[in-house]
Design a protein around this ligand. Structure first.
Ligand SMILES: [Zn+2]
Length: 166
């Protein structure tokens, strides 16, 4: 369910039914102003999670609620909900198969850049530690599953890479 204000402000494409249908709340009561309009299929993004949805449209208290997600959505996507900091994590096989990007980007970043990233979207393969100014004495710490790829930390290969882009 999306609020009619949000739909108007976001210019979300809608379809108007010829005959209104019944949209019921959890108590089984018809939701006022619902049942007449629904959105076309739209891409709903929550961070890096994306799924296609059609929403019913109804008036909702202005500025208080923009949207409700149905129980069936929670059941399908089954996110870990952290109520304390109002965040979601995606671990279900359904989301891995349908909603999360499959490509991974490999970037060399500094420790400061690493600390500024969202921890849920970062996978550390390893770290290269430079112990002198000309990087001659390099120490590589790779997670065991990535040891076969340790040569990507080779300074000559790093120098051959294009500049890190912001
Ligand atoms: Zn999902």
């Amino acid at each position: 369910m999306l609020s009619s204000d949000w739909v108007k402000n976001g210019q979300v494409p809608c379809v108007r039914r010829k005959e209104p249908t019944q949209i019921l709340d959890a108590s089984g009561n018809q939701i006022p102003t619902s049942g007449l309009h629904y959105t076309t299929t739209v891409n709903m993004y929550i961070g890096h999670h994306m799924n296609k949805m059609r929403f019913e449209v109804a008036d909702m208290p202005a500025g208080k609620v923009d949207s409700y997600l149905p129980m069936s959505w929670l059941k399908d996507h089954n996110p870990d909900i952290n109520w304390e900091n109002t965040s979601l994590k995606w671990r279900s096989e359904y989301c891995k198969a349908h909603c999360l990007r499959k490509e991974r980007r490999l970037e060399f970043i500094t420790e400061d850049e690493l600390l500024a990233e969202d921890p849920d979207n970062i996978f550390v393969m390893g770290m290269a530690l430079y112990t002198d100014h000309d990087s001659a004495d390099i120490k590589i710490k790779c997670l065991p599953e990535y040891r076969d790829y340790a040569d990507i930390f080779n300074q000559e290969k790093i120098n051959a890479l294009p500049e890190h882009r912001k």
